[in-house]
Design a binder for this molecule. Sequence first.
Ligand code: UD1
Length: 345
Amino acid sequence: MKVLVTGGAGYIGSHTTLSLVEKGHEVVVLDNLSNSNPEALRRVQEISGKPVQFRRADLLDSDALDAVLAESTFDAVIHFAGLKAVGESVEKPLMYYQNNVAGTLNLLHSMGRAGVYTLVFSSSATVYGESEDVPLRETVPLNAGNPYGRTKEQIEDILSDVAAADPRWRFALLRYFNPAGAHESGLIGEDPQGTPNNLVPFVAQVAVGRREKVSVYGNDYPTPDGTGIRDYIHVMDLAEGHLAALEFLQEKAGVFRWNLGTGKGSSVLEVIRAFGEAAGFPIPHEFVSRRPGDAAVSYADPSAARADLGWSATRDLAKMCEDHWRWQRSNPQGYANAGSAAGQG
Ligand code: UD1
C-alpha cells in the first residue's frame, strides 16, 4: 500500500513508519517538525534499508496538503500530527483546537479532493477522562478532562459524522494507553522537548543523569502501593496495531474504535523499579503531591482489538524499560547531537 503518515517523524509516527516500510508498504511522511527531528526518519531508513519520502508541511496549509496528496495515488492516511501536552493545552486552548481539530478538518478536505477515504487516527485513552470503569471498554462514555483530550474527542465525533454521511469513508480511531519503549535497535525513540510530561521519558532522563530524581505524583491513591496505575504499552506493539487497523479497513468501511493497551496496569513505583532493573541501578525518586486531573487507575480492556484485528500487545514492562533504556543511554540528548552517539553501547 502507499500510505501518507502525518506526524511520521514523531515518536509513535517514526516507529509506525518503520513497521510499515518493513512490511513492504511505501510511505510518504508529512511533518512540520514542530516537535520532531528528521534524523528519526534517516534512522528509520538506516534500520530498514528502505526509503522513506519526507515532505515538510503543516496541516494548516491546505495547498501544501493538496500538493502532497496529488503527487501519487495514496491508499490510506495514518494521522499522528498534533499537539499533545495537557498542561500547554490548558494555557493555549485555541492553539490546540486550531492545530488538532482544524488541522484534521483540512486533512479530511484534502483527502476528499484527492479521493483518499481511508484514515487511521491517533486518538488517546485520555478521551475516557477520569472514568473509574476499569478495565476501560470502548463503550465507556467519553469525558475528556482538558482541552487536549477534548480535541481528540471532537475529532472522533467529526470522523463518526463524516462516516455516517458518506459510506466511502473508512476510519479507525485508535485509543492509545501509555506508550513507552523504543525500537530494539536503540536508534529511534522518544525525544521530548523540554521537561518530559510523561513518566517513562522522565525516568529515562533521570537514569541518564539529565535530571536528579523522579517526582512521584501522590502515594495516597487507593491502589496497592498508593501510586497511580496505568497501562504502559510498548511503542512497537502500538505500531503493529496501526498496521492491523489498516488491513482491517481494506475489508470494511465505516468507523471503528479500538483501545490499544495491554490490559495490565502497572503502578508508578513498579515502573521506576522495572526501569532500575533494566538500567542496573536504582532510580532516585521522591513522593510529592498528586497532579491535578490524574485518575488513580486506568487500564484497557483490549479484547475488541484482539477479536477484530487479531492484534494484541506481546511485549511486557521489562522489555519496554530495556528498550527505552537502550535508546536513552545511546542517545542521552535524544536526536540533538545526531550522529555522534547514535547506536553505541
Ligand atoms: C498523560 C495525560 C494524557 C495523555 C497521556 C499520554 C495528564 C493528566 N494526562 O496521561 O492526557 O494522553 O499522558 O501522553 O497529563 N507520574 C509521576 N511523575 C511524573 C510523571 C507522571 O508520578 O513525573 C505519574 C502520573 O501521576 C500517573 C503516571 O505516572 O500516575 C503516568 O503519567 P503520564 O505518563 O503523565 O501519563 P497519564 O497521566 O496516564
